[in-house]
Design a protein around this ligand. Sequence first.
Ligand SMILES: [Zn+2]
Ligand SMILES: [Zn+2]
Length: 246
Amino acid sequence: MASDGFGVLIDAGLSGRDLEERLNASGINPKSIGALILTHDHRDHCHGAGVWARRYGVKLYAPAGVPAAIAASYGERTLNRVKVEEFEPGGNFAVEGMEFASFKTSHDAHASVGFRIKNGLATIGFATDLGLVDQEVERALSGCDMLYLESNHDEEMLRKGPYPYFLKRRIASDVGHLSNSDASKLLRKLVNPNLKGVILGHLSETNNDPAVAYGEAHTALALEGAEEDVLLLVARQSVPGRIVDI
Ligand SMILES: [Zn+2]
Ligand SMILES: [Zn+2]
């Protein structure tokens, strides 16, 4: 995400090298990324964070306690020589004219947040890795111009799929991940006259199908009469997404 040429990277689940390749493939100069912001301490969100922050000398913003949790889980040196600014989950901070209002998400990490991000021109809602949607989440994401929403799994595919029972329970639980149908229910509530685009993200490669996730969200938009006005995209794990201007 970028504002006035200043880019921020929210989460760094890939290795430093893969992140560079993805950005370059999208025509984004990695040096334009001026800050790294983490939602939580799971590996699929912080794997390349230390390497990236050191290589480019950018500051890392993370929920309080998350850097310590990363060091405890992945090694004391993971965030060595990284400039870290911690914020309270639910608290706000600013990065180069962008205001980040964080909100707590229900997820089984040390601390886990989503963001409502404003730069004076547009508002973006970012919510991934959440087991349930409560009023705080709904409020934080209301009235946005653009949304990035988790649409992790199809409930039936998860139920019938190959994952072990404990993992199925974890994913479907209130501290797991948002299903396509939960994401669609939320999306119906978030349709508003400013909404220009929705990106569905954090799709499981085992328990979801991009066409199914798209179809459910499209139906949600259609039920609100917004399917023609709102650009709907599905982010994939294996390929960089397209750039959207708002
Ligand atoms: Zn997670
Ligand atoms: Zn995740």
